[in-house]
Design a binder for this molecule. Structure first.
Ligand code: PA5
Length: 477
């Protein structure tokens, strides 16, 4: 029996959402949100819930079904991961945006913090790298430290067309062909759409092992699909537990009553906060393991909610700017601004009840009270005290803050966290009457890149670019 099949264990691993410091009971009428403000939104919340449920029913939000629909896929992933672990020294993911940030976040959360540096027998699998940029120095740096003969490359792109990922693929394929010859195809795994895009066509023609990203699962909502599950399984993460955590959160988020539904409540609070001018959403985990959850969240929040028009075509220009911070590190960098700067932020702490290690601080320098008070405590106590102290300082300064509490960082709690933040994002979008699942704002830049790189069919765009106003030398100093 797996531990997530035990209801007591599951309940003990339930993540909790503490929103005390968002409320006027704590911050005062002027700075907090009252219960009456939340209940006044009852009709809007009901309508948003109905719309979201309808989308789910008609299959428009397939990401919500990922915890339930992948039994066969999981088997295939586990078998493939097993083979990869036996055959390869390095696993390199080529992808960008939603095809990279989830795998990075989950790897950081659930694997050893120095995973690649520890000996192979202590690692869950091969060394793991994600290349989510087209910086030539980074690409070359990777080739300097891996041996392509013992490396498998997972090319991940939902659209199958993303220039950055396809450029990386072309480079890697060429190198593999040169070094390995015809067997290069055994070193490439494609994760992409089943029908659309160039990668699936190439994969079929060249015979790559392929995993599919289901329709209705957009990039930033795809971590629980093969996009995230394959790299996680390769590195020894229990992907069944990850999915079980997501399913558990789905259960918790199925209640219409916002006071019982953590994702809905989180969304409603952000929606009201945005109406009150809180244009910035800071995510501040107090754990290095959760550091890249903030990166993953930043993309989810920014691309889903930063929109010019609503679903009725009105210009709305909505969205909250996500900011990543790390406790305690950024207490010495950003907290000054958060406590004394403009009242334009909501800070979300991610806290951990029980860290995977306990480190004792030895007693010393008894006569030096400024140092000796630390001795006899643990680092665990110190980091938790600092989080509490920061939360208190923000509360005192009347700054909205809230905490998502993870009893432990494990696959089950990470599954919950991912799912909760996805549902929160989708629910805010319903409240704002915008489309969470498109990203028209990134198109112009993409098309301009095609034009600059000489892609056929983009000649007019190239001419448009060439006729842009010339930059003035006086403004470049
Ligand atoms: O969330 C999204 O849809 C985007 O950020 C994509 O993930 C990103 O643009 C990469 O796209 P693709 O997976 O098609 O290569």
């Amino acid at each position: 029996m797996k531990r997530f099949e035990d209801n007591n264990w599951k309940e003990s691993m339930r993540i909790r959402f503490d929103f005390n410091n968002m409320m006027s009971d704590m911050l005062g009428e002027e700075w907090g949100i009252s219960k009456a403000q939340i209940t006044a939104l009852e009709q809007q919340i009901k309508a948003a819930n109905e719309k979201l449920n309808h989308k789910r029913k008609i299959g428009k939000t397939q990401w919500r079904e990922l915890p339930y629909t992948q039994e066969e896929v999981v088997k295939d992933i586990l078998a493939t991961a097993d083979g990869v672990r036996q055959k390869f020294e390095c696993f390199v993911l080529l992808g960008i945006g939603g095809s990279a940030l989830g795998p990075i976040a989950v790897h950081q959360a659930l694997n050893h913090l120095h995973y690649n540096e520890i000996p192979r027998e202590k690692r869950g699998g091969p060394r793991f790298y994600v290349v989510d940029n087209v910086d030539p120095e980074r690409m070359q740096a990777l080739f300097d430290i891996i041996d392509v003969k013992s490396t498998v490359f997972n090319v991940v792109t939902k659209s199958g067309n993303t220039s950055e990922t396809m450029a990386q693929f072309l480079i890697v394929r060429d190198m593999l062909k040169e070094v390995i010859g015809d067997n290069y195809r055994d070193h490439i795994i494609a994760t992409t759409d089943m029908e659309k895009g160039n990668l699936i066509q190439i994969a079929r023609e060249e015979g790559f092992k392929t995993f599919y990203i289901p329709a209705g699962v957009g990039g930033r909502f795809s971590e629980l699909s093969p996009v995230g599950l394959l790299p996680a399984a390769v590195c020894g993460i229990d992907i069944e537990e990850l999915l079980a955590g997501a399913a558990y959160m789905d259960e918790l988020c199925s209640q219409e009553d916002v006071f019982k539904n953590p994702a809905y409540m989180a969304a409603v609070l952000q929606y009201i906060a945005m109406e009150q001018g809180k244009n910035i959403s800071v995510m501040m985990p107090y754990a290095d393991s959760l550091k890249y959850m903030a990166d993953w969240y930043a993309q989810l929040w920014a691309e889903s909610l930063g929109k010019k028009v609503d679903l009725d075509g009105n210009e709305v220009y909505v969205g909250q700017t996500p900011v990543k911070a790390l406790g305690v590190t950024d207490q010495h960098s950003q907290i000054q601004l958060y406590t004394e700067g403009p009242f334009d932020k909501v800070i979300t702490f991610l806290t951990v009840g029980k860290y995977r290690n306990e480190v004792h601080i030895p007693k010393a320098y008894e006569k030096m009270s400024g140092v000796s008070f630390l001795g006899g405590h643990t680092m665990n106590q110190l980091i938790q005290a600092e989080q509490m102290a920061t939360e208190y300082a923000l509360y005192k300064a009347k700054r909205m803050n809230r905490t998502i509490m993870l009893p432990e960082v494990n696959a089950f709690t990470i599954g919950q966290l991912l799912y909760m933040l996805e549902v929160e994002t989708a629910f805010v979008a319903e409240l704002l009457n915008i489309n969470a699942f498109d990203q028209p704002g990134v198109e112009e830049g993409k098309i301009a890149t095609y034009a600059l790189m000489g892609r056929p069919g983009y000649e007019r765009k190239k001419a448009e670019l060439d006729s842009r106003p010339e930059k003035k030398a006086e403004y470049i100093i």
